[in-house]
Design a protein around this ligand. Structure first.
Ligand SMILES: NC(=O)c1ccc[n+]([C@@H]2O[C@H](COP(=O)([O-])OP(=O)(O)OC[C@H]3O[C@@H](n4cnc5c(N)ncnc54)[C@H](OP(=O)(O)O)[C@@H]3O)[C@@H](O)[C@H]2O)c1
Length: 314
């Protein structure tokens, strides 16, 4: 099979597209022929020696934690050959998803409803699970509450906006001006241009802030958390900094580490099938062009998600 791999941590030049052995199945695993895989910032952070690189114990390392595809071998599980599935697996342990075949734990994947596009679903699992867990698990969002999403046009942010709206909340999003129409389509009642507008008018008014940016951006939004409210901060690299600022300002900050969940994926798949939730694809590349997708993701201004397709020639 073809796969993207690295032989050492480094820059984009370390990414190779070449032939690798198909993975072997262990108990409780299925072999998936991938249709598409999603690009997340954790992928290039890990390849460059940050992110989840502490969990990488051997090379070549195949990056990637999310995929869509069809079951090629169900192993000893209840799945059937040709079932359409998607998932985020093993995170933060290596999962090897930038490949034409993946061995996936059956307990961490879900069947896709017929109405859901299989290629799009390659980019759905990680961002939607993160958004779900930030909004409903860490954030405990209730109908009628005020929510602010920092980075509302990005992979996680645009799904967090839609989930919060679906749950009956009032949503404010931050993004560059050219993305404000997109934010309105997602369901944001107010859009803030973070380049030029301050958040002062929202002081102590938010029940929940989903911080998809972290660092100084997260810290500068802390005064908007109202008493009893919470900020869920996503980027692991700045979480200690944001938590410490929260303690100093008496604002509750919760870090998050996205966990695989077949149960949540089933619910998310239903929402997508019912057109309550929509994944916006920023751009699609063939798997072989992963380096181009990484460079775009590193720009920090992707709108929605980037997808790598595995069923097209390089
Ligand atoms: N802890 C976890 O389990 C977990 C899970 C998933 C992701 N993450 C982390 O969460 C972060 C977001 O992930 P993602 O996939 O959503 O990233 P992404 O899609 O690459 O985010 C890009 C978006 O960030 C926005 N942005 C950049 N700087 C901003 C600022 N100062 N204020 C507001 N928006 C800003 C951009 O908006 P404009 O283009 O409009 O400027 C763009 O739409 C990453 O650091 C990722 O590693 C953590």
């Amino acid at each position: 099979m073809h796969a993207i791999s690295i032989h050492q941590f480094g820059g984009l030049e370390e990414l190779n597209y070449n032939k690798q052995s198909r993975p072997q199945l262990n108990t409780g695993e299925v072999l998936v022929k991938t249709t598409a895989v999603g690009v997340n910032p954790i992928d290039w952070k890990t390849c460059s020696g940050g992110g989840a690189s502490g969990f990488v114990t051997e090379f070549p390392f195949i990056p990637g934690w999310e995929f869509s595809g069809v079951i090629a071998d169900p192993g000893d599980t209840a799945f059937n050959v040709d079932d359409a599935v998607y998932g985020m697996i093993r995170f933060p342990q290596p999962a090897g998803c930038y490949a034409e075949y993946i061995a996936a734990p059956a307990a961490q994947i879900a069947r896709l409803p017929d109405a859901v596009d299989l290629t799009m679903a390659g980019g759905l699992a990680t961002a939607s699970l993160t958004a779900w867990q930030a909004v409903f698990v860490k954030g405990d969002l209730q109908p009628g509450q005020q929510v602010m999403v920092l980075g509302a046009a990005g992979g996680v942010g645009h799904l967090a906006v839609q989930l919060a709206k679906w749950a009956g909340a009032h949503v404010t999003g931050t993004a560059s001006l050219h993305n404000h129409e997109f934010l309105a389509e997602l369901g944001c009642e107010r859009a803030i241009d973070y380049h030029h507008q301050s958040l002062d008018e929202f002081n102590s008014s938010m029940d929940l802030i989903i911080d998809c940016v972290g660092g100084e951006t997260g810290i500068s939004a802390l005064p908007c958390v109202k008493p009893g409210g919470v900020m869920v901060t996503l980027p692991s690299v700045t979480k200690e900094q944001v938590i410490a600022a929260g303690v100093a300002q008496r604002r509750r900050v919760e870090p998050i580490l996205c966990e695989p969940s077949a149960e949540q994926l089933i619910k998310i798949g239903e929402l997508v099938a019912d057109e309550e939730l929509k994944l916006h694809i920023g751009e699609t590349f063939p798997l072989a062009k992963a380096a181009e997708a990484f460079a775009l993701s590193q720009s920090g201004h992707v709108c929605g998600k980037l997808i790598l397709t595995c069923d097209q020639p390089a």
